[in-house]
Design a binder for this molecule. Structure first.
Ligand SMILES: Nc1ncnc2c1ncn2[C@@H]1O[C@H](COP(=O)(O)OP(=O)(O)OP(=O)(O)O)[C@@H](O)[C@H]1O
Ligand SMILES: [Mg+2]
Length: 159
């Protein structure tokens, strides 16, 4: 599905829409956030982590690579691969140890292999003064979720 996000609040609202349809158990889920510098990846990630129950700051994981959040019912790993130049570096990051959580990945283009095992891909692009968002399900469970969000968006816009 493709949407126009008129401002940063619309980007945050899309994150909340995703949270509303996520299953209670999101261990092992991976969501890829793509888009060039300033496209709104962190805006989306912050809104999602806050909507999942985090109170307080959501610092950028650019230098730490991974910021973990123990939230009600789930662990979230906010990951930023901007500084990764080689897919093998994922091993140093301890990727395989992050399977107990919901992985939210900025700059997944640095590790193209992630596409094969991820559930959702959000691509943000500059469009007029806002952004266009393309949300795509990669796994079967991811595709089902996108259908749900798409249907709820259509229903709401008919009101
Ligand atoms: N839909 C939107 N329309 C207009 N501005 C937006 C939209 N979504 C986010 N922004 C704004 O774009 C700016 C950059 O957002 P953000 O930091 O989330 O981008 P980013 O993709 O994480 O960038 P970087 O790659 O540099 O980390 C912020 O000022 C944010 O408020
Ligand atoms: Mg960012």
């Amino acid at each position: 599905m493709t949407l126009h996000l008129i401002d940063a609040e619309a980007t945050a609202a899309l994150a909340r829409q995703l949270n509303a349809v996520l299953p209670p158990d999101t261990a092992g889920w991976t969501v890829l956030l793509e888009g060039e510098l300033g496209a709104g990846k962190s805006t989306f990630a912050r809104a999602l982590i806050k909507d999942m129950g985090h109170n307080g700051a959501v610092p950028s994981p650019t230098y730490t690579l991974v910021e973990p959040y123990q939230l009600p019912g789930r662990i979230v790993y906010h990951i930023d691969l901007y500084r990764i130049s080689d897919e093998d570096e994922l091993r140093y990051l301890g990727w395989s140890e992050l399977e107990d959580g919901f992985r939210l990945v900025e700059w997944p283009d640095r590790a193209p292999g992630l596409m094969a095992t991820a559930d959702l891909r959000l691509e943000l692009k500059y469009a007029d003064s806002g952004r266009s968002a393309h949300l795509e399900g990669l796994s079967e469970r991811g595709k089902a979720l996108v259908r749900e969000i798409d249907e709820s968006t259509r229903t709401n816009s008919q009101d």
